[in-house]
Ligand binder design. Structure first.
Ligand code: MLT
Length: 408
């Protein structure tokens, strides 16, 4: 759930000798914004009433620009992960006059009781933090070590497996409305290396490495074959997976993605994005990507949530993903060879990055593939229109289930 935006004014005594909002005061404003949001919602005493206290276990702040006395800052916050005793909140502070990004904060809280012991997040707190807790990615995620790095992943349900692959520069929480939504299926959603909660080494990013990681993950959790469901860059990874491990794929769902490689202009664009990333970090990339990602009906709360997801992506992983996308192979020739593989192509009707005409051409090139258009969605259809998206995916999976052996 995205909680109400809160506006706070910077006072002179919050500032250092140079007149900037100082570091400690910035953290205090973030904290005050959290309490204000509670006051505007279920009441500041929500935690006290529930008999727990939200203790900060970890906080990571990224400063982007200074703030000065008299300025009004707008704080927005969203709970990104909800666990049994802990939750993670992302907050962003923007200048009210021009919406400039000033800082982001990611905090992990653990609920403690009066003795200081970790206690389950009480139901009334859960209701405030996330009205649909089943749809929220788990915290902490499962972790597995593959090729010397740790991958974070969600693992829900039992049955034949679906492997959900997120796009760039996003993470597995992109699939939070899908995880848990398909009874009779095991739903695996990893953070690709370098993104979300997975480790972000400086080097070693390519579609082949992402695929190797996924194979090692599947082996580690005892899954032989999967329905691959990849969004955008996740689709590029799915194509590489198919090139190398076709026998391990039982079905394919290509979401808001394309088969072609980057054009010369596209590759130049990746270089520019890499330079921007070095200058302004992931928050700058988030600012650039956001206007192109979502459809016209996306609520502000979702925009803010997606912005935060991208702004908090580790820079090394974003850089690596840019290089991997720049260097990826053209998969157009692969499409006609997928005859016999049940395939669904899904695209948001307002997707500007991988528009419906590309999806249509891709579906035509894969023998037997079906195309589903999601109304009122842009490039992130599973997040923007989860019920329409899940409806299409469910129909596809129901048909497929009839052809699959009982899963392990
Ligand atoms: C994505 O959503 O994964 C990216 O927009 C893909 C791309 O930039 O080619």
């Amino acid at each position: 759930m995205t909680q109400p935006a809160v506006s706070l004014t910077v006072y002179p005594d919050d500032c250092d000798a140079f007149g900037h909002l100082n570091q400690a005061a910035f953290l205090t404003l973030f904290e005050r914004a959290r309490w204000e949001a509670l006051a505007l919602g279920p009441g500041m005493d929500l935690f006290e009433r529930a008999g727990v206290w939200p203790a900060v276990r970890r906080a990571t702040i990224d400063y982007q620009a200074p703030a000065f006395p008299g300025q009004v800052l707008r704080f927005q916050q969203v709970v990104t992960r909800l666990g049994r005793t802990s939750f993670t909140m992302r907050q962003v502070a923007r200048r009210a006059t021009d919406d400039a990004l000033l800082a982001t904060l990611e905090s992990v809280f653990v609920c403690i009781d009066r003795s200081g012991a970790a206690a389950p997040v009480p139901p009334e707190v859960t209701a405030y933090l996330a009205p649909a807790p089943a749809a929220v990615a788990s915290d902490p995620p499962r972790r597995v070590t593959v090729h010397g790095i740790e991958l974070a992943f969600d693992d829900r349900g039992t049955g034949p497996a679906i492997l959900f692959l997120h796009g760039y520069p996003l993470d597995r929480t992109l699939w939070r409305h899908q995880l848990g939504a398909f009874e009779g299926w095991r739903m695996l959603a990893p953070d690709l290396r370098g993104l979300g909660r997975s480790d972000a080494p400086d080097l070693g990013y390519s579609m082949a490495t992402y695929t190797d990681d996924l194979i090692a993950l599947l082996d580690a959790v005892g899954v032989d074959d999967v329905v691959l469901c990849g969004l955008s860059m996740g689709g590029y990874v799915a194509f590489e997976f198919l090139r190398q491990h076709r026998p391990r794929v039982r079905g394919l769902v290509l979401v808001d993605t394309r088969a072609g490689a980057d054009s010369a202009e596209g590759r130049k664009g990746r270089e520019t994005a890499m330079a921007d990333l070095r200058d302004g970090g992931s928050p700058l990339i988030a600012e650039q990507m956001l206007p192109r990602l979502l459809g016209s009906k996306a609520p502000d709360s979702l925009r803010e949530e997606v912005r935060l997801m991208m702004a908090s992506a580790p820079a090394a992983g974003v850089l690596g993903a840019l290089a991997a996308m720049r260097d990826r192979a053209d998969s157009s020739e692969l499409l006609p060879t997928l005859a016999g593989l049940p395939t669904l192509v899904i695209v948001g009707a307002e997707d500007r990055l991988t528009p419906p005409r590309d999806a249509e051409a891709m579906a035509k090139a894969i023998p037997g593939a079906r195309l589903a258009l999601i109304a009122d969605a842009g490039h992130l259809s599973p997040l923007e229109q989860p019920s329409a998206f899940n409806g299409q995916l469910r129909t596809f999976l129901d048909r497929l289930a009839g052809f699959l052996p009982a899963a392990g």
